[in-house]
Design a protein around this ligand. Sequence first.
Ligand SMILES: C[S@@+](CC[C@H](N)C(=O)[O-])C[C@H]1O[C@@H](n2cnc3c(N)ncnc32)[C@H](O)[C@@H]1O
Length: 267
Amino acid sequence: MNLATDTSSAIAARLRSAGCVYAEDEVRLLVSQAGTPADLAAMFDRRVAGLPLEHVLGWAEFCGMRIAVAPGVFVPRPHTEFLVRQAAALAPPRAVVLDLCCGSGALGVALAAALDGPELHAADVDPAAVRCARRNVAALGHVYEGDLYEPLPAQLRGRVDVLLANAPYVPTGSIDLMPREARDHEPLVALDGGADGLDVLRRVAAGAPLWLAPGGHLLVETSERQAQHAVETVAAHGLIPWVARSDEMHAAAVVARRPDTVRADVR
Ligand SMILES: C[S@@+](CC[C@H](N)C(=O)[O-])C[C@H]1O[C@@H](n2cnc3c(N)ncnc32)[C@H](O)[C@@H]1O
């Protein structure tokens, strides 16, 4: 195959036979991104070898924005836009936003773009994700590296109006059922939520009352199967939870409000 002379439809046919379902769209994106035929050939080869399209392009579209995604960093999923929409509807003016388990930083960046004068903080444990998030967040806010709340500045305690956490929630036993692209090219730390998928969420929920402002909200993505268990987990820490769903976007989220006072024993 010669990418300099082949037609788009021939290139698309080759991508389709490599398993790319939206081959025509992908060709359009690859051609528009490639500076030279050599670039295009290199990108095509990476895609045929199974690299996610977003890693080949170097960006993912999320909430109508281009978010940089580096190899080895979780690709933000379209259904996660639902979490951002829920958060935008709950955020007060000049909201303090915390994007925990931020990956590329897509959620925080998209939410900040929808708000008036937000203060954005984001954190992730994976250095590759933190580097990528720093590119996306840039002057919009601060990105910290470390385990959940551990790297955050103490002055954020009790001030967070919106705490977004798209933490890993795939049960360990289901990782093998995930699409190959995810298993091979996204790190386990971004996917594996432990035996029932809720290990990280349990720790996020335990810390949330300390960091949320009174009346602030925690929003976490969940699967339909885990939703009830996730609600109970969050409620056990004194928050007032409910489940938000979108059939159209195939998305579910647990949203929880911090009441004005939280019992000392659950903080
Ligand atoms: C499912 S990905 C979501 C990334 C991003 N929020 C998004 O939706 O595109 C989960 C992210 O959580 C991070 N993570 C996993 N365990 C963590 C921990 N203990 N502390 C901080 N981040 C963690 C991973 O590195 C990964 O970037």
